[in-house]
Design a protein around this ligand. Structure first.
Ligand code: FO1
Length: 314
């Protein structure tokens, strides 16, 4: 434990990149000290099943059972169900593993019985031994939509997985955002937070949908603690995934200054990689330059420790 046991940390998290940092945070903070608010705008239905890729990525990562090669899905996964579906002539474009299926089956079953996504996520995570709270930002429908040059409007997973984020993006928006309600659990976690960490998840695809939920920005602005973001870029490039390509297509600036502008009004600090040190703005907000690439478990824990210690001082 690196912090006073009363210090409460909340992380806003998306998928694979953010999951690495929250894994590190979960190793240095007690369960009562640390909550995560997760993205649900990547959620979709396939074969009648409700799939929550980002929540599952975080849950599996914290449980230590994520596939280390992909970051999503389970390690040691098998694919018999997909083989069978292929045999039936189905066009398989989304990798649903046999073990992973159990998560989607139970989630769908419990949703149909009236449980909230928050309650379901808590139950699944606890069963996998995850003690820290993983809170969906909303229990209401929220869906990232992507307008592309080649295929027109695509649902997020079609853009991301079916088309491997190759299409050129003209616009991104979040269907359902106007009516989505921030959950009571997420609002309470934010209200009690001493430190809020915007994890190095894709700003447009993972963090923006969280900020699009009515009440979320206000909850961040009304926070008692400090809010720091960890840049998802290393050497001006995305470590993984479409962040750099997509943001450039949308005409956005992916430099540290660009991130400060993107998160305008929210940040008390920005953490950037040492390869981007030359682009470090003078502030405000203050900037911490360190190694943000998380290749090993030690990297995750070291970065998490640096981020919380620095946040205490800004
Ligand atoms: N990402 C892929 O690129 N291909 C897949 O086949 C795929 C399957 C998949 C299954 C379950 C799950 O929880 C996640 C999965 N992902 C897959 C990752 C996921 O769709 C994206 O990484 C996120 O939505 C973006 O954060």
């Amino acid at each position: 434990m690196v912090l006073d046991s009363k210090t409460r940390v909340v992380a806003l998290v998306g998928g694979v990149g953010g999951a690495k940092l929250v894994y590190g945070l979960s190793k240095i903070l007690a369960p009562g000290q640390f909550s995560m608010i997760g993205n649900v705008a990547d959620d979709f239905e396939l074969y009648g099943l409700h799939i929550s890729p980002d929540l599952d990525t975080v849950m599996y990562t914290l449980a230590g059972i994520a596939n280390p090669a992909t970051g999503w899905g389970l390690q040691g996964e098998t694919w018999r169900m997909l083989d069978m579906l292929r045999g039936y002539g189905e066009d398989i474009w989304f990798g649903l593993g046999d073990g992973d299926m159990a998560t989607h089956v139970l989630r769908t079953f419990w949703l149909a019985r009236g449980m909230t996504l928050t309650a379901i996520t808590g139950r699944l995570a606890a069963a996998l031994g995850v003690q820290h709270r993983l809170l969906p930002v909303t229990d209401d429908p929220l869906a990232t939509m992507v307008d592309t040059v080649e295929h027109g409007t695509l649902a997020f997973q079609e853009y991301f997985v079916r088309y491997q984020w190759k299409p050129v993006v003209r616009r991104v928006w979040f269907e359902g955002a106007d009516d989505a309600r921030l959950t009571g659990a997420a609002a309470a976690a934010l209200a009690e937070a001493d430190i809020i960490v915007i994890s190095p998840s894709n700003p447009v695809l993972s963090i923006a949908p969280l900020l699009a939920v009515p009440g979320m920005r206000a909850a961040l602005e009304a926070r008692r603690g400090v809010c720091v973001a960890v840049s998802p870029f290393v050497g001006g490039k995305a470590v993984k995934g479409p962040a750099e390509k997509l943001m450039k297509e949308l005409g956005m600036d992916i430099s540290p200054q660009g991130l400060i502008q993107y998160y305008a009004g929210l940040l008390d600090g920005l953490v950037i990689d040492e390869l981007d040190a030359d682009d470090a703005p003078d502030g405000p907000p203050p900037v911490l330059v360190t190694r943000t690439l998380m290749q090993s478990e030690d990297d995750r824990i070291r970065l998490a420790t640096e981020v919380v210690n620095w946040s205490e001082s800004v």
